[in-house]
Design a protein around this ligand. Sequence first.
Ligand code: CS2
Length: 494
Amino acid sequence: MEPVVPLNEQNIEHFKDRLSTPTYSREQSKTGMVHIGVGGFHRAHQAYYTHLLQEKDGASEWGICGIGLREGDRKMHDILKKQDCLYTLIEKHPDGKIALRIIGSITDFLLGVDDAQAVVNRMADAATKIVSLTITEGGYNFNPSTGAFDFENPDIQHELKHPDDPRTVYGFLTAALKKRRDDGIPAFTVMSCDNIEHNGDIARKMLLAFAMEQDKSLASWIEEEVCFPNSMVDRITPVTTPSDIAYLRDTYAMEDEWPVTCEPFIQWVIEDDFSNGRPEFEKVGVQFVPDVKPYEKMKLRLLNAGHSVLGILGAIHGHPTINACMEDATFVTFLRAFMDKEASPVLNVLEGIDLNSYKNSLEERFANPNIKDSVCRICSESSAKLPKFLIPTIQENLSDEGSIQYGTLVIAAWCYYSDKEVDQNGQPLEIIDVMQGELHEAARETENNRLAFVKQETLFGALAENERFTATYNTMLQALYAGNQVKKLMQGLL
Ligand code: CS2
């Protein structure tokens, strides 16, 4: 058997003949972008687009330095550092075809928990033109129902008292921007790549709220100098599994400890609003538009909400993956009914976009049998996702006299899921949610107080006060708690 060779810069020559390896000089790469939150999605999306651009024209000033701010980022840091920041992107097509690329656009990785000053210095370096973020919906530190910055967060409290010891993204951004201002270096752009409507506006609002408390003159400088483009980002990136690692080992005799898998589809629509220059991403298919909001809303309310609909209902039914849900006709019809009758009516129609083909393409993407995106990944952090993806659709339909039954069944199922923590076959559910303790407590109250779960105002706003909602919700909840199969309830609505 051929010996297994670890992936790193020195061994890249070895893989050149069988795999697509970077054709640009990584040594000449300067760090033009610093990225906070290097997970699968960043590596399949922005780092991939940057790699394509570097393949095309060198683009050597736009290398990426990854940053991890949490202890949980250490594993990714250690593996990537060991591999000279190289990793394999495994693109899985529905017909079984696999496209492999070794991505070289990330050139360094720093951990804020180990050396906060090194992170601040890198962000404050004149070569850094953009600080980009995938810190997840929960990372923005705002109250989902009021939208206000959460000053109660102990790390935020700490940073306000000790600006030299940053912990959260806000502490790091302000420390670095202050240093740039004091050193006479132009501001960088803060480019949010998270699934939040108006992600740039939210990043701006939160950073300014924090900076105002910390240093008013710095806040004014940020207000004047820093651009925060809104963007819509899209590529389904399931969690890497041991079989992905084994596949590279067995087929290519390569040891990549953390490859990334993704679907072939990719999209990035972004506002052309940068403080200090930007890569020419349009050369590799990124769309620059004056206003991204309608695109963001369409994606969040159809793709992400659609995922949550399948994920939550699929989880309690016992489907392990999104593609398993799409092999079940009831789920397919239910998803389409939700998209057509509840999500689409409250969207602004985009000129030049055919909503029907967009929904058809979502169905195809969700059905990709090789992606095997677990319902566990989709349901993870639902407390941060549903208030952005699904609850606004229900609220808007309540105001517009629109249909709410499909969305409401998902909320009732979420309560059941949070309460029981097993599926309807008695199998344990793997629940990942920072709020799971509170969700479980509130859901447990349901036996005595039907509305306890939806009375959590930070998540649901005033939904529990709306009679049409509570009547629909109660009927569904009762049916679920009486032991009816969720699939039966779904069929009853179709
Ligand atoms: C998913 C997203 O976890 C989720 O909520 O809907 O991660 C989704 O796969 C990406 O946004 C696709 O672009």
